[in-house]
Design a protein around this ligand. Structure first.
Ligand code: AMP
Length: 583
């Protein structure tokens, strides 16, 4: 954990006083009741994320405050107040009730970042359903796996995306309703038989809703996440998670009521819901949503046009901004920015420092994962930054570095990054996989799958993953999912997938495949395999490189040794190969 970069000292006073003035003091005295008291709760003690994020503000005199400033990829602009959000989400809850969709049913979205995804998300939560957003770049296979595993009964999608997955829909017997959002009639094609039109349903639904009836323990949001083995698992959260999402929006993103906030993450990933929906709106801020993808110029334009004050993004994006140079940001007025944070992968110390050069602000790294529901380790506005460190644990939660037996390790030693359960945002299940859920808890700790260390002063430093999961541009990719897709190609006998270090995306997916008899290792076949994987999976998780080899190294029990493939790829010692199959 060599510290090459000097500590960035924070000043004693700030133009906007940080929500946490003294992190250490607060950790010593804090109890979650303090935050629970700041939420509204439902009459009778219930809790509902949508109520806390939207309706509460309307009831407290903020109905006309803008909640969402939306910019479409073709430059369209729309503005929604908290009251607009309340009425639209009420409508969607009524749509679900009208279709006979009951509490606890799984409603999934497969959409771009259009306003309707936000109406659907919170409308489903008001209806007591479990909402599962899917990344719009997915191909048919990941969509089928997730809808099948979750037993989703409703899918809300858009015409072009529906077309992309048309072939898998008949394979989903549990799916009762496909609702299509045809924004402004952009698509001229008629609805497929049996599909429902989002606009028509919404127009026919009332914008007033019967009182909500969820409790803090009811399931709310589910996101699929990759593990070492098997297909991705649906991590399920409770309405209770709103407590930590609200708190960390306030503490770790330092959200104040007057902020204009922009989170660049897609709702298909957990950051896009916990911090692209729930944290900002429970904190009552105005949030910018940009439908389009990355472009350095466009992103600076958005910050400048909307006077963004708090910006939450990812290290890959920071590295891409760095690549586009420090002159570009200087040609925009970015003086509205007050706080910049990032999550999803390690943020290089150079990235932290570059923020100072480009915006006059360091970038605040923080750490969490799908299963934790909300930020657990962070660099706070008032706390000195050690570039390269993820920061310190939030108040109210114990985070430790432990060995395999669950003993805490002293400062400076690398170990398993673990969290003491429970915490408010903690996931409650992997859908239909109790065994895997239980396997994440050992010796009184939740094991995160990451390795890290802590220094003498309590700052945490990320070391790496303790499993084969690949982190490409902040997206976790389970090698098994990619291998499964590749072996569906008629030429492929076996596949082994690893993460290969990359200067921008941290890792890119690399696949090794062996071929079936009668196939030849040509460049054309390699390209064909890349295309095949991209279409089936998504350009985001498909291999960037495919190498054809004679046979893959396997254990005696027949498991492909990805670690060995990786060691060979990197030219590293191959380690313990005693379980390697003999030829
Ligand atoms: P996900 O569940 O998809 O949000 O991915 C969570 C994983 O991303 C963590 O377990 C880490 O491996 C990685 N990650 C997230 N934030 C950070 C960070 N600040 N530094 C290093 N790795 C991170």
């Amino acid at each position: 954990m060599a510290m090459h970069h000097p500590i960035i000292h924070k000043p004693g006073s700030f133009p906007v006083p940080p929500n946490i003035a003294d992190h250490e003091a607060m950790r010593r005295s804090f109890g979650w009741e303090e935050i629970e008291r700041e939420l509204d709760w439902l009459p009778g003690g219930g809790l509902n994320i949508a109520h806390e994020a939207i309706d509460r503000h309307c009831a407290q005199g903020r109905a006309d405050k803008p909640a969402m400033l939306w910019e479409g990829k073709d430059g369209e602009r729309e503005r929604y107040t908290y009251d607009d959000m309340r009425r639209q989400t009420n409508r969607f809850a009524n749509v679900l009730a009208g279709l006979g969709v009951a509490k606890g049913e799984r409603v999934f979205t497969f959409m771009e970042r259009v306003p309707e995804i936000y109406f659907t998300f919170f409308g489903a939560l008001k209806a007591g359903c479990v909402i599962g957003p899917l990344f719009s770049a997915f191909g048919p296979d990941p969509v089928r796996d997730r809808l099948e595993n979750s037993g989703a009964t409703v899918l809300v999608t858009q015409p072009a995306l529906r077309k992309k997955i048309a072939a898998i829909l008949p394979q989903l017997p549990a799916l009762k309703h496909v609702i299509v959002v045809n924004r402004d009639g952009r698509s001229k094609e008629p609805l497929a038989e049996g599909d429902l039109d989002f606009g028509e349903l919404m127009a026919a639904a009332s914008d007033e809703l019967a009182p909500l009836s969820t409790t803090r323990d009811d399931y709310s949001v589910m996101h699929y996440t990759s593990g070492t083995t098997g297909k991705p698992k649906g991590a399920v959260h409770r309405h209770n998670s709103v407590i930590q999402q609200y708190a960390t929006g306030k503490w770790c993103l330092d959200l104040h009521p007057d902020d204009i906030y922009w989170c660049t993450a897609d709702p298909g990933w957990v950051t896009g819901t916990s911090y692209g929906m729930i944290a900002p709106w429970t904190n009552g801020v105005t949030q910018v949503v940009y439908e389009g993808g990355f472009s350095a110029r466009k992103w600076y334009e958005i910050v400048a046009r909307y006077n963004v004050t708090v910006w939450y993004t990812a290290p890959t994006a920071v590295r891409m901004l760095m690549k586009s140079g420090a002159d570009l940001p200087r040609s925009f007025d970015l003086s509205s920015l007050r706080f910049v944070a990032s999550v999803g992968e390690p943020l290089n110390p150079e990235g932290v420092v570059w923020g100072q050069e480009a915006f006059g602000l360091p970038i605040h790294d923080n750490w969490w994962q799908t299963e934790t529901g909300a930020i657990l380790v962070a660099n706070y506005a008032s706390m000195d930054i050690r570039p390269g460190s993820m920061g310190k644990p939030i108040p109210g939660v114990e985070v430790g570095i432990i060995d395999a037996e669950g003993n805490e390790l002293p400062a400076g030693e690398n170990g398993i990054l673990a969290v003491r359960p429970p915490w408010p945002g903690m996931f409650q299940a992997y859908w239909n996989d109790q065994e895997r859920y239980d396997s994440r808890f050992q010796n009184g700790w939740y094991l995160t799958g990451d390795e890290a260390s802590r220094d003498e002063d309590g700052y945490f430093w990320f070391v790496g993953r303790s499993d084969d999961v690949i982190n490409t541009a902040g997206h976790l990719v389970g090698p098994f999912e990619v291998e499964s897709a590749l072996i569906e190609h008629p030429a492929v006998a076996e596949a082994g997938v690893i993460g290969k270090p990359d200067p921008i995306a941290m890792e890119v997916v690399k696949a090794f495949v062996s071929l079936k008899e009668g196939y030849e290792a040509t460049d054309e076949l390699r390209r064909e395999l890349m295309r095949f994987a991209r279409e089936k999976l998504s350009p985001a998780i498909a291999p960037r490189e495919i190498e054809i080899i004679d046979s893959l190294p396997k254990t005696r029990s027949g498991k492909i040794m990805r670690r060995l493939l990786k060691a060979r790829e990197l030219g590293l010692p191959e380690g313990d190969t005693s379980t390697l199959e003999e030829d």
